[in-house]
Ligand binder design. Structure first.
Ligand code: SF4
Length: 216
């Protein structure tokens, strides 16, 4: 059994292995171990679940071949790995969004794509992140896009530069500015360009498309 906040059809709003703008099934899992300052899904933080469903039930409700698992934090429930494996067995393409604070069990491998946050200063949750070395060790064997949600404060920009410098060449990175329309992307581009232009090569800038078009 697994705690679910909601299952719905929408567009994949951000950069990931499911192309941004693709119609897909979104499974929002209930419960999160973090409390980011700018969380936009506060209703999914509590462990009090609206629905407790069997894995079979969840999979039966996934109508689309592309399934995006998000939260809350999917990895606080150990059943999530079983759900991922079963969705893949049923021929879905699966992408999981996770907050970066929880590592996968050693030896667990999956064909799904992982969009893994590394939380910066503006989240207020940076002290809950693993060290750069632990993060690399956790995720290097998996299909990962590292997502950095940032504002354009001096400390967040410095954080982006530190992450890119330490993990350069190991992952792809999605930069997701806090303003939904991406008006601050140019500030971020200019900051990185001044420090080390080649770091821009690994970046994908992402705006939250679902918010721009008014979908969940
Ligand atoms: S990890 Fe995600 S769901 Fe949890 S508090 Fe942060 S933004 Fe909200």
């Amino acid at each position: 059994m697994i705690a679910i906040h909601s299952i719905f059809e929408s567009i994949s709003g951000e950069v990931g292995f499911i192309s941004q703008g693709s119609w897909c099934t979104i499974v929002r899992l209930q419960g999160c171990n973090l409390r980011c300052r700018w969380c936009d899904t506060k209703e999914s933080q509590s462990i009090e679940a609206k629905y407790i469903l069997s894995i079979d039930d969840v999979v039966a409700r996934c109508k689309n071949s592309k399934v995006l698992l998000t939260g809350g934090e999917p990895l606080i429930q150990k059943e999530t790995l079983e759900l991922i494996d079963y969705l893949i067995e049923k021929k879905h393409f699966v992408q999981v969004e996770t907050n970066g604070s929880i590592s996968l069990p050693k030896g667990y491998l999956s064909d799904c794509g992982w969009v893994v946050d590394y939380k910066g200063p503006s989240s207020g949750m940076m002290d809950r992140m693993p060290s750069f070395e632990e993060f690399i060790d956790n995720w290097i064997e998996h299909r990962v896009i590292v997502k950095l949600v940032v504002d354009n404060s001096e400390e967040d920009l410095e954080f982006v530069f530190q992450v890119l410098s330490k993990m350069h060449g190991l992952f792809q990175f999605a930069i997701s500015p806090l303003d939904a329309k991406g008006e601050k992307i140019l500030d971020i581009v200019n900051f990185i360009r001044e420090r080390d232009e080649k770091l821009l090569d690994e970046l994908i800038f992402s705006i939250q498309m679902h918010k721009v078009v008014g979908l969940l």
